[in-house]
Design a protein around this ligand. Structure first.
Ligand SMILES: Cc1cc2nc3c(=O)[nH]c(=O)nc-3n(C[C@H](O)[C@H](O)[C@H](O)COP(=O)(O)O)c2cc1C
Length: 190
């Protein structure tokens, strides 16, 4: 069974994470979720649920962000991928600086040291220079920087369409077969 660590941090965009969890669970993935304090504030504002309710709804494992003895804090615990969605500028800056002071940042540092797949989904605009530099550094180390930046060329009609646009790109990075959104098949332009 493929497994992933998912961290929801304090940027707007927790709806992307909820949809991602839903699809990964449906696809048979084992999920270990952690939510930071500001991540929980956004989760409540945007989805009206607590981390515990989210974990119970999808039958996934919830690990406390303060618990650095949790399973996902260790490199000896194997996971196929680590996704921080949404990823706050603070969390991104800490990871780039090698700071692992909570479970979200620690599991990301585990992914880096073990050379495992790490996907960060930032959501902030405009972007502060230290966060841009942190993203450039992380990208050069093989981290996938996947901004929550939906495209409009397929004429989305609903918020769910916009969410699916971004989630489909994350699923592609995880090599998950999915039917989320439609794929671009080309268009003739003169
Ligand atoms: C309601 C709310 C919305 C926020 N939105 C963003 C955001 O979209 N992007 C971002 O980088 N930070 C955002 N922040 C700021 C982060 O939450 C803050 O930097 C925090 O320290 C992040 O900590 P964490 O990474 O441990 O969750 C927001 C904070 C709050 C309370």
């Amino acid at each position: 069974m493929p497994s992933a660590v998912i961290a929801i941090t304090g940027a707007s965009g927790s709806r992307y994470a909820v949809r991602l969890i839903q699809i990964l669970v449906d696809s048979g993935w084992d999920i270990f979720l952690t939510v930071t304090r500001e991540g929980a504030i956004n989760l409540d504002l945007e989805c009206g649920v607590t981390p515990k309710q989210l974990a119970e709804e999808y039958g996934i494992n919830l690990e406390a962000n303060q618990n650095l003895a949790a399973r996902s804090a260790s490199g000896s615990a194997k996971f196929d991928a680590y996704v921080i969605c949404p990823a706050s500028g603070t969390t991104i800056g800490k990871i780039a600086a090698g700071i692992s002071d909570n479970l979200a940042t620690r599991s990301a540092l585990v992914a880096l040291k073990e050379r495992r797949k790490l996907i960060l989904v930032p959501r902030e605009t405009p972007v502060a220079t230290p966060h841009l530099e942190a993203m450039a550094k992380l990208s050069s180390w093989g981290v996938v920087i996947l901004p929550a930046s939906p495209g409009f060329y397929k004429n989305p009609e609903t918020i769910d369409d916009l969410i699916d646009f971004v989630v489909a790109r994350i699923l592609d990075q995880l090599d998950v077969e999915h039917g989320v959104g439609s794929r671009w098949t080309g268009k003739e332009v003169s």
